[in-house]
Design a protein around this ligand. Structure first.
Ligand SMILES: *Cc1c(COP(=O)(O)O)cnc(C)c1O
Length: 477
C-alpha cells in the first residue's frame, strides 16, 4: 500500500485502522478539521473508562444504580432544558410536585398548595440558596432596625462539607466553626451558642456529616437557640444541611425531630442524587413557608394554573433529573424507599461490626445512624504497625475497591480514618467479598519487614505534633 493511502483513511476504514488512532487527542486548540463520529465516540469513550467499577466505589455518596426504566426515562429526557417552561410546562409542574413531596416528608407546615422550594444541581447549590436566603433575611431585618450589615457570620461544625467554605468565601460571610473531638463528635449546642451574636445569619447543623456519618442534634440546637433568642431577640434561625439525612431520617427515624417540626428550622437542603436515588446532578432546598424566601431571590410564573415560585443560581439546567426523581417517588413510594434505605443501613451495620471486631481497628462511633461509618487503627496496634490506612486503600484498589483513607478536620487532624458509604446496589454478598479482600490485604501488610513510605511519613509527623486525642474503643472482647 502506498503512503498516501495510509494517510487518507476514508469512510470505510476501521476505527482502529484509522490515522487518528495513531495520534494523541487534541488537548490545547480546537482542531482545524473534524473526524468521523465513530472515531470521536471511541476516543471519548476510551478516555473516560471508569477507574473502578462504579458500584465498588465505596467513597462516593452519589447514585450509581437506577433501574432500567429510570435510566431510559432520563436518557430520553436528555435534551430537556428545565428553564424552558413554556415548552415543557409539565416538567415545571413535576418539579413542584417533587418539592411538595419532600416538604411533606420533612413535615412542612406551609398551607399553600405549592410548597416553597427550589431545584438545584446538588446540595452545594441548595446549601448556597438556603444560606443566601438566611443572609438576606438577616440583612433586611438589620436594615429595618438601622443597624450595620457588614459583618455577617454563620456557625457550623468543623466537619462541614467544602460547599460551606465556598459559601463563606464567595459571599464574604464569616464561618465560625466548632471543632469536633472524640468527646464531642457532633456539633455541641453550647459551643454553638458561644459563637452566636447579633450578626449570626444562621446555624447549620448537618444530618449525615460527610467526615463521620453522624448527625448533629438539631433538636438540642433548636432548644438552645430558642432560649438564646428569647433572651437576646436575635432570632437566629437554622438551615439544616441534610445532604444525606434528608432521605434517610423520614424513612428510618420518622419520630426523630430534626425538620420543620422544630421552631427555628426555616430551611432544609438535600441531595436528590445521594439517597434520593437519582443519577447526578440533583439537589433540593425547601423553606418552611414562602415568607422565609426573600422576594429578591424568587420570581413567580402563573401560567400553570397557580403561582409557582422559581429560584436558582443557574438559569438553563438539565430537566432529566426531575423525571428521575419523580419516577423514583411513584415507583418506590414510602415503603420502597424505606426498604432500600433499610438494606443500606443493615449492610453498613454489618460491615461496622465486622471491621470493628478486627484486631487492627476500632470504629469512630459505636452507632451507625446513616449508611456510612468511619474507623481508625487501634493505638496499640498502630505503635508496631508497618503500614497505614493509606496502604490499605492502595491494596484494596488492586482488587477494584475504592475505600478512601483521610485525615480528620481541625483539632483531630492527626487522626487518619477510613470510610465506607453503602448505597443502593451494594449487597451483603458484596460486603463479604470486601471483608475477605480486606483480611487478605491486612495479612499481606502484616508480613512487611520494613515500614511503608506512608508509615514513615506518619511517624515523622507525629514527632512534631503532640497527639491531642486518645484513640478509643480498642479493647477487644
Ligand atoms: C455531599 C454533601 C454536600 C454537597 O453536595 P453535592 O450534592 O455533592 O453538591 C454538602 N453537604 C453535605 C453534608 C454533603 O454530604
Amino acid at each position: 500500500m502506498e503512503k498516501s493511502d495510509m494517510k487518507n483513511s476514508c469512510h470505510n476504514t476501521a476505527v482502529f485502522g484509522s490515522q487518528e488512532m495513531l495520534q494523541s487527542a487534541p488537548a490545547d486548540t480546537l482542531p482545524q478539521h473534524g473526524i468521523r463520529p465513530e472515531i470521536a465516540y471511541q476516543m471519548v469513550k476510551d478516555e473516560t473508562f471508569a477507574q473502578t467499577q462504579p458500584r465498588l466505589n465505596l467513597a462516593t455518596f452519589v447514585t450509581t444504580y437506577m433501574d432500567p426504566f429510570a435510566t431510559r426515562l432520563m436518557n430520553e429526557a436528555i435534551a430537556i432544558n428545565y428553564i424552558d417552561e413554556t415548552e415543557y410546562p409539565r416538567v415545571a409542574v413535576m418539579n413542584a410536585k417533587c418539592i411538595n413531596i419532600m416538604a411533606n416528608l420533612w413535615n412542612s407546615p406551609e398551607q399553600n398548595k405549592w410548597k416553597t422550594g427550589a431545584l438545584a444541581i446538588g446540595s452545594s447549590e441548595a446549601c448556597m440558596l438556603g444560606g443566601v436566603a438566611a443572609w438576606l433575611r438577616w440583612k433586611e431585618r438589620r436594615q429595618a432596625q438601622g443597624k450595620p450589615t457588614d459583618k455577617p457570620n454563620f456557625v457550623i461544625s468543623a466537619g462541614y462539607q467544602v460547599v460551606w467554605e465556598k459559601f463563606a468565601d464567595l459571599w464574604q460571610i464569616e464561618m465560625r466553626t466548632v471543632p469536633l473531638s472524640l468527646e464531642k463528635p457532633t456539633l455541641d449546642p453550647q459551643d454553638v451558642i458561644k459563637r452566636c451574636d447579633e450578626n449570626t445569619i444562621c446555624v447549620v447543623p448537618i444530618q449525615g456529616v460527610t467526615w463521620t456519618g453522624l448527625n448533629d442534634d438539631v433538636e438540642a440546637i433548636n432548644n438552645a437557640l430558642d432560649e438564646y433568642n428569647a433572651r437576646t431577640h436575635h432570632d437566629i434561625p437554622i438551615h439544616v444541611d441534610a445532604a444525606t439525612g434528608g432521605f434517610i431520617l423520614p424513612f428510618l427515624y420518622p419520630e426523630k425531630r430534626w425538620d420543620f417540626r422544630l421552631k427555628w428550622v426555616l430551611s432544609i437542603s438535600t441531595s436528590g442524587h445521594k439517597y434520593g436515588l437519582v443519577y447526578p446532578g440533583l439537589g433540593w432546598v425547601v423553606w418552611k413557608d414562602k415568607k422565609y424566601l426573600p422576594g429578591k431571590m424568587s420570581f413567580s410564573v402563573n401560567y400553570l394554573g397557580a403561582d409557582i415560585t422559581q429560584v436558582g443560581l443557574n438559569f438553563s439546567r438539565p430537566g432529566a433529573q426531575i423525571l428521575g426523581q419523580y419516577y423514583q417517588f411513584i415507583r418506590l413510594g414510602y415503603e420502597g424507599y424505606k426498604q432500600i434505605q433499610h438494606n443500606a443501613m443493615e449492610i453498613a451495620r454489618y460491615l461496622h461490626q465486622e471491621i470493628g471486631a478486627m484486631k487492627a481497628f476500632a470504629n469512630y462511633s459505636q452507632e451507625v445512624v446513616n449508611p456510612l461509618f468511619i474507623w481508625h487503627m487501634c493505638r496499640d496496634y498502630e505503635k508496631s504497625a508497618k503500614w497505614t490506612l493509606y496502604d490499605l486503600q492502595d491494596k484494596l484498589k488492586q482488587s477494584g475497591w475504592m475505600v478512601p483513607a483521610y485525615s480528620m478536620p481541625e483539632d483531630i487532624e492527626d487522626m487518619v480514618v477510613m470510610r465506607i458509604v453503602v448505597r443502593q446496589g451494594f449487597s451483603r454478598d458484596m460486603a463479604d467479598m470486601l471483608l475477605d479482600d480486606m483480611r487478605a490485604a491486612i495479612a499481606e501488610l502484616e508480613k512487611l519487614q520494613y515500614p511503608t513510605p506512608s508509615r514513615i511519613a506518619c511517624e515523622r509527623k507525629e514527632k512534631h505534633h503532640n497527639r491531642v486525642f486518645n484513640h478509643n474503643g480498642c479493647r477487644k472482647k
